[in-house]
Structure formats: structure tokens, C-alpha cells
Ligand binder design. Structure first.
Ligand code: ADP
Ligand code: ADP
Length: 228
């Protein structure tokens, strides 16, 4: 599903080239739940952004769903984002001016889904995530955990092939973080492929595999034993 071959990412300044990723090889199959770990500055977010087509490798090859992503045109990328990849972030990134219902509905509007179908899809997720009573509230009226629930609902409402999460519990108290991790695990068990960046060894164990980056290189790639 995802294949990175010898991917480099670097930034050039006048006098030197600084590598953020160096020779990264990574294959992720459908149904996996991969946790990318490593110290701050190791290149985790950069790797996630390349996987999510938000950033481009400086060198090497990247295949997304067998398509050579290094050849995907900008216009197509937008299409890919909308239909194949869901994103969630540490800071939620909900739209403050839209209520819960509208935030979740937004990606469907962009994709040209008809009103009736949108309504059914949103109602379904509100119900499933147990937030029907919150549908008229705005993001600033919700707890962090609830905001992240809404962000996850928005990310998966288009039924993406892949869900990417950058420190999804980084802004949450442990109880709400646990709730979010359990939800991600459930989604994965239902077939959603997930890649998360996390600093937490505990949260990594909700997944199936840990990839550790150090100085832009894969230092360890191993299955999770004793999954949570
Ligand atoms: P992590 O997520 O592991 O903390 P990042 O992927 O965010 O790491 O960043 C890796 C490194 O890349 C950091 O040292 C950061 O300073 C550097 N970096 C990121 N973006 C740029 C940029 N636009 N120009 C130069 N360096 C950058
Ligand atoms: P019903 O019980 O008739 O389905 P709803 O309140 O669920 O009533 O929906 C009525 C209409 O308003 C639907 O078209 C739905 O898409 C929209 N809608 C429902 N809740 C919200 C909300 N919180 N924000 C924006 N639109 C909403």
C-alpha cells in the first residue's frame, strides 16, 4: 500500500545540505497500525507528511497505492488527499466557525456528495462516536478529547484508505488520550490502515508495529509484542 524506497529529504542553505531523512525504506501494508517514534527532530513529522503527500521527497521513490507519488501531479494530489487519506493532528485543526455537524460534513461537501447522503453519513458517525448531543456545539465548547473525536470523524467520513495521525493525543489528558487510542485501535481492527507519530511508548503499543527514527534514519522496525 505504501512503499518508500531510499527516500531522502534535505534542506539546502548557502553552505551546506542538511538531511532530515536519509535512505528511508518503509513498506506499510493494508490493515497495519504503525507507530513512528524517535527523538524530537528525528524527521517523524516530515516522514508522515511525505506519506500523506503534503511534502515531497528530495530523492528516492514513493509509491502510494501502487501509484508513483513522486510523479503525481499537484492537481491529482488534492484529489488523493480528499479521497484516500485522512489526517488528524495534535492541535485538532477544526474550523472554529463551524459547529460539530458542519466540521464533520465539510469533506463530503468538497467531494460533491449530495445533501441526503451527507446527512446520513454524518448522522451515522455522530451516533457511532456518541456525540449526537454535541452536534450543534462549536469546537471551543468541547473538551480536547471531544474535539479530537470530531477531528477523527471528519478524517474518516470519506472512508479513506489511510489515516495519518501526528501526535493525536499530544494535547490530551491521559484519560481522554486513552479514549482516543482505543478508538484508533477499533478503527484499525475494522480494517483502517493507520500511521501515527507518537512520543509515548504506551500509545505505540495500541498499534501493530513500531518504526523508530534517529537522525532521519530508520533505526528499528519491529512488531509490537503485547499489543494494548
Ligand atoms: P520530528 O517530527 O521528528 O520532531 P521533523 O520532521 O519535524 O522532526 O523535523 C526534522 C528536522 O527537519 C528538524 O531538525 C527540523 O528543524 C528540520 N526542518 C523541518 N522543516 C525544515 C525547513 N523548512 N527548513 C529547514 N529545516 C527544516
Ligand atoms: P432530522 O431529525 O429531521 O434529521 P436534523 O437536525 O438531524 O433533523 O437535520 C436537519 C437538517 O439540518 C439536515 O439537513 C442536516 O443535514 C442539518 N443539520 C443537522 N444538524 C446540524 C448542525 N448541527 N449543523 C448544521 N446542520 C445540521
Amino acid at each position: 500500500m505504501i512503499l518508500l524506497k531510499n527516500v531522502d529529504k534535505y534542506y539546502d542553505s548557502r553552505f551546506q545540505r542538511t538531511f532530515v531523512l536519509k535512505g528511508v525504506n518503509l513498506e506499510v501494508n493494508q490493515g497495519e497500525f504503525v507507530s513512528i517514534m524517535g527523538p524530537s527532530g528525528a524527521g517523524k513529522s516530515t516522514l508522515l507528511n511525505i506519506i500523506g503527500l503534503l511534502d515531497e521527497p528530495g530523492a528516492g521513490e514513493y509509491y502510494f497505492w501502487d501509484a508513483p507519488a513522486h510523479q503525481i501531479k499537484e492537481k491529482q494530489k488534492v484529489q488523493y488527499h480528499r479521497s484516500h487519506i485522512g489526517f488528524i493532528f495534535q492541535a485538532f485543526h477544526l474550523i472554529d466557525e463551524l459547529n460539530v455537524y458542519e466540521n464533520i460534513e465539510t469533506p463530503l461537501i468538497y467531494r460533491g456528495i449530495k445533501a441526503k447522503e451527507r446527512k446520513a453519513l454524518v448522522a451515522d458517525l455522530l451516533d457511532r462516536f456518541n456525540i449526537v448531543a454535541k452536534k450543534d456545539l462549536f469546537p471551543n465548547q468541547l473538551s480536547g478529547g471531544q474535539q479530537q473525536l470530531v477531528a477523527i470523524a471528519r478524517a474518516i467520513i470519506g472512508n479513506p484508505k489511510l489515516l495519518l495521525a501526528d501526535e493525536p493525543t499530544g494535547n490530551l489528558h491521559s484519560e481522554q488520550g486513552e479514549m482516543i487510542m482505543k478508538l484508533l485501535k477499533n478503527l484499525n481492527e475494522e480494517g483502517m490502515t493507520i500511521i501515527q507519530v507518537t512520543h509515548s511508548e504506551e500509545n505505540a503499543r495500541y498499534g501493530t508495529r513500531i518504526v523508530r527514527l534517529i537522525d532521519g534514519q530508520v533505526q528499528e522496525d519491529s512488531p509490537v509484542v503485547n499489543r494494548k
